[in-house]
Design a protein around this ligand. Structure first.
Ligand SMILES: *Cc1c(COP(=O)(O)O)cnc(C)c1O
Length: 453
């Protein structure tokens, strides 16, 4: 089907409901129809080239246009397009991927439960954590502690774990026994504390919450090592050591949601490696297949897997397409590309530090209150006043303005309120990083012109 942009937009309007979209606003200008991609660039149906500063939705880690991944998918579909792993069957790609995942993750993460998305992975976390404690003779350990402004997906459990008010308001969420503590967002919530003091204080809320609920009721604490959709919130250095210590003092599971942070995004295979975390459960998705096919999973530590295997009987959970042969084959090939082409090493030693150095230069811009980031994640805060950190009124509108300006200049950035976010493909070169920062700077200049006008 090849239509004009206007024809596509009219049919889109008539038939397609978009995720996380204000349709009325989108229809004022029409959806941008993305038609093809190569490397770090996208092209829309009007022929405009866009640099993809977001790697799709934080997922296209190896970049677009890998013909070898297409070939792996084609071959697998020809040989075995579908078979499940319910009821005592398996197939070579699911076994290969499971083995490979146990190799690239920490040694104690020996098993994987596969799903089709990050949301399903977090639904699995809720069910598996509660089931684990039930098998251990503690059925009352049901409560999962999460954080405000976390993002863990959009299914009922995923949205409940997420700490986003706008999501909870639509349909009576969170579900029972999911509670939220504060987030380590120093720039917006740290008050007069230093980042180090604030990191300790907000981590301490975990222990307070455990004591308030009673440890005998708490199953797990879940968190993104670096919050993604909440605004690329890099916690103060004191935060994770304090959380780890609290988890060690209490019999609760630590769940590191690595759906964004995993597969090289921070320059390590997983952000848990960077922060020295030892998660009991580790949801993964996005970079697992670089988005070439949908797949997710939960890495499971040996001690939990043992209990499920030996004590549990049947864990009554699973999705028809989980462990799909083609998705597994593509994910395995994607992991080998990340490993064998040295892509993650380059982000850690070379392009990640370079991106952070160039991105930090934007702090000099009159609109920018803070820049932050790690590896191939970055954020900047748009403010009206650098000293007071005040936002332009109405708050949360200048970010989307800057995002639209950037897109018209040829750069995809994301706005989270008045925070501008980047999460580029991990293959981005230094020259392309220069282009990204130049385009972001131009977008900020134009945004400044408009807010002053
Ligand atoms: C995107 C995301 C999810 C949800 O993944 P989907 O594949 O969109 O369901 C869960 N956790 C985190 C941290 C995410 O960024």
């Amino acid at each position: 089907m090849t239509l004009t942009t206007a024809e596509y937009q009219a049919l889109d309007h008539a038939h397609f409901l978009h995720p996380f979209t204000d349709h009325k606003r989108m229809h004022e200008s029409g959806a941008r129809i993305i038609e093809r991609a190569e490397g770090v660039y996208l092209w829309d149906t009007d022929g405009h080239q866009l640099m993809d500063g977001m790697a799709g939705l934080w997922c296209v880690n190896v970049g677009y246009g890998r013909k070898d991944l297409a070939e792996v998918a084609r071959k697998q579909i020809e040989q075995l397009p579908y078979y499940n792993s319910f009821f005592q069957t398996a197939h070579p790609p699911v076994i290969d991927l499971s083995t490979l995942l146990s190799e690239v993750t920490q040694d104690h993460l020996t098993h994987v439960f596969l799903t089709n998305s990050g949301s399903e992975s977090n639904d699995t976390v809720v069910r598996m954590a509660r089931y684990f404690w039930q098998c251990m003779g503690h059925p009352e350990k049901q409560v999962i502690i999460s954080r405000r402004n976390a993002y863990h997906g959009s299914t009922i459990a995923g949205a409940s774990l997420s700490g986003m008010q706008a999501m909870h308001e639509q349909g009576g969420l969170p579900i029972p026994d999911i509670v939220h503590i504060g987030q380590p967002f120093w720039y917006r919530e740290g008050g007069d504390l230093t980042p180090e003091e604030f990191g300790k204080k907000v981590a301490g809320e975990l222990e307070q919450k455990i004591e308030e609920l009673g440890e005998h009721r708490v199953a797990a604490f879940i968190a993104e090592p670096i919050q993604g959709a909440g605004g690329v919130i890099v916690p103060p250095e004191t935060y994770w050591p304090e959380i780890s210590a609290i988890c060690q003092r209490h019999q609760i599971l630590l769940v590191a949601d690595e759906v964004i942070c995993g597969f090289g995004r921070t320059g390590e295979w997983f952000a848990s490696d960077y922060y020295g975390l030892k998660p009991d459960l580790m949801p993964i998705a996005k970079g697992l297949s670089s988005g070439y096919l949908p797949i997710g999973g939960v890495m499971v530590s040996e001690h939990i897997a043992r209990v499920i295997i030996e004590e549990g009987g049947e864990f009554t959970h699973g999705m028809t397409y989980a462990g799909h042969p083609a998705a597994c084959a593509v994910a395995a090939a994607n992991i080998r590309i990340l490993r064998d082409e040295g892509i993650i090493d380059r982000v850690r030693t070379e392009t990640g530090p370079y991106l952070q150095q160039r991105w930090a230069e934007l702090a000099d811009h009159p609109l920018v209150g803070e820049v932050r980031g790690l590896g191939f994640l970055g954020a900047l805060e748009i403010v009206a006043d650098k000293d007071t950190r005040a936002q332009f009124e109405p708050s949360g509108t200048t970010g989307p303005l800057c995002r639209d300006i950037a897109a018209n200049l040829g750069l995809v950035m994301r706005a989270v309120g008045d925070s501008m976010i980047i999460s580029p493909p991990l293959i981005m070169s230094k020259e392309e990083i220069d282009e990204l920062v130049e385009l972001a700077g131009k977008a900020l200049d134009k945004t400044l012109d408009q807010v002053q006008a």
